[in-house]
Design a protein around this ligand. Structure first.
Ligand code: ZN
Length: 177
């Protein structure tokens, strides 16, 4: 049996607001503890635990308000920063595949969506541990925390986005109706 433990699951908070995606494995414990409701299951797909088969969730919702959960897929990882910036170097506009701290780590710069940008190797080297002002390298765009839906859609999954996710990726007004 093919393992579906690492398939992606769409996670909503108790107000139906999208929080991100995580793995089937990552939500099983919360489902068993009755902390999450499963809104959609994958049709005809199961995973095996020690003594039984479990249906595979595709969309889950927390029952109570939850805070401070950063789903890994939506954190400012190198991969997500490059996706958000579409590989455009924030300093020269060329193709970039490295991640630069605008305020350098050595100067107290943090790992946040607002302090990280895509840079080409050349600009990254040239800037070094200076601020953009000190380096005379102004940013050509302002980095922001991306919208959750944008990141889920942009994320190049090995598997296509499940059909059951579609209505949850539409605007919130449609979700409530
Ligand atoms: Zn560059």
């Amino acid at each position: 049996m093919q393992s579906h433990l690492y398939d992606r699951v769409l996670v909503l908070d108790c107000m139906n607001v999208l929080m991100g995606t995580t793995s089937v494995r990552g939500v099983f414990v919360s489902i068993f503890r009755d902390e999450m409701d499963v809104l959609e299951y994958r049709h005809g797909v199961y995973v095996r635990s020690s003594h039984r088969l479990h249906r595979v969730p595709e969309v889950v919702r927390w029952r109570e308000p939850v805070r401070f959960i950063m789903y890994r897929s939506l954190g400012p990882t190198r991969r997500n920063i490059l996706l958000r910036d579409e590989n455009i170097c924030a300093y020269c506009g060329g193709y970039g595949h490295t991640r630069d701290h605008i305020l350098p780590k050595s100067r107290g710069g943090i790992r946040s969506w607002e302090n990280l940008v895509t840079a080409c190797e050349e600009c990254n080297m040239k800037k070094g541990s200076r601020t953009p002002e000190e380096a005379g390298m102004p940013l050509i765009y302002a980095p922001r925390k991306p919208n959750t839906i944008t990141m889920i859609i942009k994320r190049p999954e090995k598997a296509p986005i499940p059909k059951s996710w579609k209505r949850y990726l539409e605007p919130v007004e449609l979700l409530i109706a």
